[in-house]
Design a protein around this ligand. Structure first.
Ligand SMILES: *Cc1c(COP(=O)(O)O)cnc(C)c1O
Length: 860
């Protein structure tokens, strides 16, 4: 029989152990080994059995044991120390508290969060990144308030059928069994969020709170009695269901999320966020809700839009078109129009915000960009790819000027780095993992000490992998008697390569199988063998991905190689920790440039692993020739099979001739000196860059603080500046068709211009009803290509030199001829206002109709 409802009965802790409840309910334990040691001490056997989940531990431990601990003075003292340490962590001023002018609070929205294996509310990189973002924010004292959804079944757990086919299971989670508490009104009633739906339906939700160190995380949950059964199921699964289901989830996250924040701030007295950061398009409706709030307090739609944009940061996470979130336009029109429309927010304006090339589609990424003054990708290369991908939103501007920047992802060291390394770092390199300085100190640590830790971590991985492999075979129907061979699977002294990630096709799980015979030779090499550990989940609807997994599993099942290559089911944070800590080499072979950043290789690097990767995402930026290996990419080859074959061959060659050679090249004392040289260089060169703390500082300094300033500037004096700015934008947009570059004259050089000379430019501009102060007139100049196009031009501002009797404005300035060779220039006009953050922001530009100013000759 199956229960119709489940819940968890919580233990009542003896008064002496009350602090244990505090420790369990702050997820800081998940990156604080001393707190976990304390949990282990409650009942070491149980602790292992519950998979290091402290809520489950307290649910399972008997009253006798609790009474024993309550009477144990030593335990009580340790508990008191741990609780003091947590309180200190929660309140002491940190880096953020030293910043002048920074945002009072920042709201952070993400559809998934990877915080601990015990809170399975993530599917992959996006969620893990969000979790690391919160943890690093907590460590640095950044006042983030995070919002997400609580999925009753989380993401699926994976096992294999006897044939090696992925099977999915959706565990039933019960919020009472998770470290969560319900957000309640002061009177004790749970806060309820309501969102009206078409046909007079209402979506209700309650709000759970998790505490991630200093960062509160609000999770909306639609499984409440007020809802009809469809509405109850809105938060059933992460990325399950069809388009309608997804729209409901995104409404709840975006619109409901803002309402949850308002309730939380009202009840707790926390300051309302000045900045709203949306992680990918899924939470984009938050901008509409904020416009609704402002329009109900007397701003017009356009004024509210300006105020909202100024304080919004949008991060795009994928260059894969299928990864962009889109809805049928009708669906959006139904939700936000007709009888369900918000009176002050016209549905036509909403549809405009999400309009894209296909008139039938509403594009959440595009809306995200129109609702945010600041937009970024997640690595330099991804920024570049995104500028190209979205350039049509800013027509007339060169790709370089598309206002999408980048902040490269990072990872939270205390979550991902093996404890032995954390302790070594704590001893030898104080505070290195919090600050980005001091990494040179790694060079002073002996090879032997680092190698010893590497061996320990590899050994732990081998043990863990055997246990998981055994379980997997049992799940596939094998009997224990057939599994004796598993005791000898993998070898703690063999070069260990890891490959673990989700399984969308661009990540090419099976590239290594391109030539199975060559792969077997590498695995079975008598002198320099390698072993490979593989893990990854395919999206439940992705049959192609499941086929790839099956191919890998079938290969790894082969009796001749099964001791050297294994597929470990159910890739989650716990397995990721085991792998990134234990593997010597971290392999990544995406189809460039589709990996926006990638982070697992960063986790490996921080553990002294070496990256072996296609130059994509973060690795394109930080590979320096000697901190790992770059697999040559056959970017230009259009036949995909041919491209795979070329890249696979390059991969095999690298493993055979570079990686294995180096690993097995041992000095008289048994140490691989040349290997250790590379490990140390990896730690010193990548260590400071890959930290989530570095990433957070970049967000604070580059995006959050400027966004807070802009939001304040617009909201001052009862939003008077927002009104003025909206008026200005409307005026400029209306008058822009009349703005023309009539004429450009150059003087100052003769027929044979020489380098070092300068051109004096005089431009005549028609401005219609605009003033010279409304525009910025610039010369663009530099190298020209074969079709007279300027290549990465430089810009020089021209200054206003009066208006003539015909109402034409004159601008003058100087262009230096700083380089030899083909040189060109032109003049352009763009809108100018102190509250505009980027030249291209309004998408308005005027350039001469005829090309001007190509020097015919070549500069000498
Ligand atoms: C780090 C991590 C990811 C993301 O790794 P990528 O390199 O971006 O593929 C995905 N899943 C888990 C469980 C992780 O720990």
């Amino acid at each position: 029989m199956r229960a119709i409802r489940r819940f968890t009965v919580r233990t009542v802790l003896p008064a002496e152990l009350a602090a244990l409840g505090e420790l369990v309910h702050n997820l800081r334990w998940s990156w604080h080994p001393e707190t976990m040691d304390l949990f282990a001490e409650v009942d070491p056997v149980l602790w292992e059995r519950v998979g290091h989940d402290p809520v489950a531990l307290l649910g399972a431990v008997g009253p006798d044991r609790l009474a024993e601990l309550a009477a144990d003075r030593r335990f009580r003292r340790r508990l008191a120390d741990a609780a003091d340490d947590l309180r200190e962590y929660m309140t002491a001023p940190r880096w953020y508290q030293t910043l002048p002018d920074a945002a009072r609070a920042i709201a952070y929205f993400s559809p998934e969060y990877g915080i601990a294996a015990a809170l399975p509310q993530y599917s992959g990189g996006l969620g893990i990144l969000a979790g690391d973002h919160l943890k690093a924010a907590s460590d640095l004292g950044v006042p983030i308030l995070a919002v997400g959804l609580l999925y009753r079944h989380g993401y699926f757990t994976q096992s294999l059928s006897p044939e090696g086919w992925q099977l999915e299971h959706y565990p039933s989670l019960d919020a009472g069994g998770l470290p969560l508490s319900l957000l309640k009104e002061p009177g004790g009633a749970p806060v309820k969020i309501r969102i009206s739906l078409p046909d007079d339906r209402v979506l209700h939700a309650q709000v759970w709170m998790a505490q991630v160190g200093r960062v509160p995380l609000l999770l909306l949950d639609s499984d409440v009695a007020e809802n009809d059964s469809a509405a109850r199921d809105v938060t059933d699964r992460l990325y399950g269901g069809g388009t309608d289901h997804r729209l409901m989830q995104e409404l709840l996250l975006g619109v409901g999320g803002v309402r949850a924040i308002r309730a939380f701030c009202r009840i707790t007295g926390n300051p309302d966020p000045e900045v709203f950061h949306t992680n990918e398009g899924h939470a984009g409706f938050l901008g509409l809700e904020r416009i609704r709030e402002l329009t109900e307090s007397r701003l017009s739609f356009d004024e509210a839009l300006e105020a909202v944009r100024a304080g919004t940061v949008f991060t795009t996470h994928t260059p894969v078109p299928a990864g962009i979130d889109r809805f049928p336009v009708d669906m959006i029109a139904r939700q936000f129009g007709g009888g369900n429309a918000w009176p002050t927010v016209p549905v036509e304006r909403i549809l405009e915000l999400g309009a894209e090339a296909d008139p039938g589609r509403f594009n959440m990424a595009v809306m995200g960009m129109r609702l945010a003054q600041r937009v970024n990708g997640v690595s330099e290369l991804h920024g570049e790819v995104s500028r190209d991908m979205f350039k049509d939103l800013w027509p007339g501007f060169d790709v370089d000027e598309v206002p999408i920047g980048s902040i490269t992802n990072g990872v939270h060291a205390p979550t991902w780095v093996g404890r032995e390394f954390m302790e070594l770092a704590g001893r030898e390199l104080p505070s290195l993992l919090e600050r980005a300085r001091g990494w040179e100190g790694v060079q002073k640590i002996s090879d032997a000490e680092i190698w010893e830790i590497r061996r320990e971590l590899r050994g732990r991985l081998v043990e863990g992998a055997r246990a998981r492999l055994r379980q997997s075979w049992l799940d596939r129907g094998a009997s224990p008697a057939e599994l004796g061979w598993i005791d000898d699977v993998l070898d703690p002294e063999v070069l260990t390569i890891g490959f673990a990630r989700r399984v969308p096709s661009y990540k090419r799980l099976t590239l290594m199988l391109s030539d199975p015979e060559r792969l077997s030779e590498l695995l079975l090499d008598p002198d320099k063998p390698v072993q490979i550990l593989i893990a990854g989940k395919a999206h439940p609807a992705d049959e192609g991905g499941k086929k790839l997994i099956q191919q890998i599993v079938k290969f790894a099942d082969r009796a001749d190689v099964r001791h050297r290559i294994v597929f470990l089911p159910d890739y989650d944070m716990a397995l990721a920790q085991l792998l990134v800590q234990g593997c010597d080499v971290w392999l990544n072979n995406p189809l460039r440039p589709l990996e926006a950043s990638g982070t697992s290789g960063m986790k490996s690097a921080l553990n002294g692993g070496l990256n072996l990767s296609i130059r994509d995402g973060w690795w394109d930026e930080w590979y320096d020739g000697t901190n790992g290996w770059a697999i040559p990419t056959a970017d230009g080859v259009t036949d995909p099979d041919r491209r795979d074959e070329l890249e696979a061959t390059a991969l095999y060659d690298l493993i055979e001739h570079e990686v294995a050679d180096r690993f097995y090249d041992r000095a008289a004392d048994g140490l691989p000196r040349r290997w250790m040289e590379m490990v140390k260089h990896t730690l010193t060169s990548l260590g400071p860059k890959v930290l989530a703390g570095r990433m957070l500082r970049d967000y604070v300094v580059g995006l959050y603080t400027p966004a807070a300033r802009a939001a304040r500037a617009l909201s001052a004096d009862g939003y008077a500046p927002a009104r003025a700015f909206a008026d200005w934008r409307l005026k400029v947009t209306k008058e822009w068709p009349g703005v023309r570059v009539e004429h450009v004259e150059a003087s100052g050089v003769g027929d044979t211009p020489e380098v070092g000379a300068s051109l004096e430019l005089r431009a005549t501009i028609t401005l219609g009803d605009l003033e010279p102060g409304d525009v910025l007139v610039e010369a663009a100049y530099g190298r020209v290509g074969p079709h007279d196009e300027l290549i990465h031009p430089e810009y020089a501002e021209l200054t206003a030199a009066g208006v003539d009797d015909d109402g034409r404005a004159h601008f003058t300035g100087v262009v230096p001829l700083g380089r030899t060779g083909a040189f060109g220039y032109t003049v352009r006009v763009v809108p100018h206002h102190p509250l505009v953050a980027a030249r291209a922001e309004l998408g308005l530009i005027a350039v001469p109709e005829e090309p001007v100013g190509m020097t015919n000759g070549t500069l000498r």
